[in-house]
Design a protein around this ligand. Structure first.
Ligand SMILES: Cc1ncc(COP(=O)(O)O)c(C=O)c1O
Length: 398
């Protein structure tokens, strides 16, 4: 077997299952799941209808590159959303549809990493575990940058030693961040681009939460937008990942895209021809409908906004918790109790399920930036989220 398989870490939810192996939650309280970041708002009816109306397309093999119409819909969406120079993000060379960003992130790393020379993948810490697993399986070495309250959950990239940048082949950004929700500002994105040019690495920006933001007038900026702002219209060394999972409540559609540097994407597409992960035609057609509509996304944002506005003030009675810049997570401080104990006892006493922060992060030089935090995904219906917040208040007070 591939020896790199043994380098993989258990997935956060495997650890959570183990943590709660002997926990018997009180039967009189209904379970409330805030642990897993799976969107729970209803999928748009008009998207479901497109799939139902096109089931006969199961008879067709889809192409790896996807339909021109899908890439065109994505180009229109991304150009408008991120204020890109007209026609700079071409359907021909700058966009590759993927079966969700998880698959896209994993496969891009396999295509980019050259393990015949020293290869480092730099990522935030805590982080989405696919960054690390993809790096390990590609034969690269992960390097983690702590994101905590002291740095506003965004690393100071100028603190990274030159020796790390010299071997860096991919830098992962996650903006809005999972779990913190922090949005990386343009000035930082521009600094990262300078470093990428200086040291010749790929900036891979995971922006799958970019459409869930509190202020309609202030959507998070993305990496391509930062490129556009400086006239870098070839998006050199820059790659972004976007998804319909959170934006459109379609996690089961498995639909996203990778966009940016045409040279990288040309080789990535070649890789994908063999990787064999083309999106089914009826899902491509449904994706076109989803990327072309913003009304359902505005409704989605409004539903999250309502939940954050209701839940955060309740929780603040007992814990330190901020409104996130964007996304659907709360990344709350557990105070004197450690995060594992907090999560286990909260399940045992209140049947509310959250994720210990340390399961999303690694200890580096004795410091784990996820310790003493829990991640709560406000995906459950509003009333359940409010009920969970009240139970957490009772739990902490007890
Ligand atoms: C930070 C981050 N990136 C990527 C993904 C993958 O999403 P999808 O594959 O549904 O697009 C997730 C899913 O939870 C995530 O949290």
């Amino acid at each position: 077997m591939n020896p790199n398989l043994s380098r993989l870490h258990p997935y956060p939810f495997e650890k959570l299952t183990k943590l709660k192996a002997n926990v018997v939650p009180p039967a009189h309280l209904s379970p409330i799941a805030l642990g897993i970041g799976e969107p729970k708002h209803p999928s748009p009816e008009f998207v479901k209808r497109v799939i139902a109306d096109n089931l006969d397309r199961l008879a067709n093999y889809p192409t790896t590159k996807g339909m021109d119409e899908l890439r065109a819909a994505i180009a229109v969406w991304a150009t408008r959303r991120f204020q890109l120079a007209p026609h700079s993000l071409t359907t021909e060379a700058h966009i590759v549809p993927v079966n969700g960003t998880r698959e896209g992130i994993f496969s891009l790393v396999q295509a980019v990493i050259d393990a015949s020379k020293p290869a480092i993948v730099v990522s935030p810490n805590p982080f989405y575990q696919i960054y690390e697993g993809a790096a390990l399986l590609a034969g690269a070495t992960p390097h983690y940058l702590a994101c905590d309250g002291d740095n506003g959950f965004i690393p100071n990239f100028d603190d990274v030693p030159a020796a790390v940048w010299e071997d860096c082949q991919i830098l992962f950004l996650c903006s809005p961040g999972n779990p913190s929700g922090a949005v990386i500002p343009r000035a930082t994105l521009l600094r990262v681009i300078e470093l990428a040019d200086q040291y010749d690495f790929v900036v891979a920006s995971d922006e799958c939460y970019s459409e869930l933001y509190p202020d309609e007038a202030n959507p998070p900026e993305g990496l391509l937008q930062a490129c556009a702002a400086i006239g870098r219209d070839d998006y050199a060394r820059c790659i972004v990942f976007h998804s319909l999972s959170k934006r459109s409540n379609l996690p089961g559609l498995r639909s996203g895209f990778v966009a940016g540097d045409a040279g990288i994407l040309k080789e990535y597409l070649r890789f994908r021809t063999y990787h064999g992960s083309a999106m089914p035609v009826q899902h491509q057609l449904a994706s076109i409908a989803a990327w072309q509509d913003e009304d359902h996304v505005r409704e989605n944002r409004a539903a999250y906004r309502e939940k954050f506005n209701a839940v955060v003030p309740i929780l603040r009675a007992v814990m330190t918790v901020d409104f996130p810049d964007a996304g659907f997570y709360l990344w709350a401080h557990t105070g004197a109790m450690d995060d594992e104990t907090f999560a286990r006892e909260l399940s045992a006493q209140k049947n509310v399920h959250v994720l210990p922060g340390r399961y999303l992060s690694r200890t580096v030089d004795g410091y784990n930036p996820g310790e003493n935090r829990i991640r709560m995904a406000l995906v459950a219906p509003r009333d359940e989220c409010i009920e969970a917040a009240h139970r957490i208040v009772e739990f902490v007070k007890q």
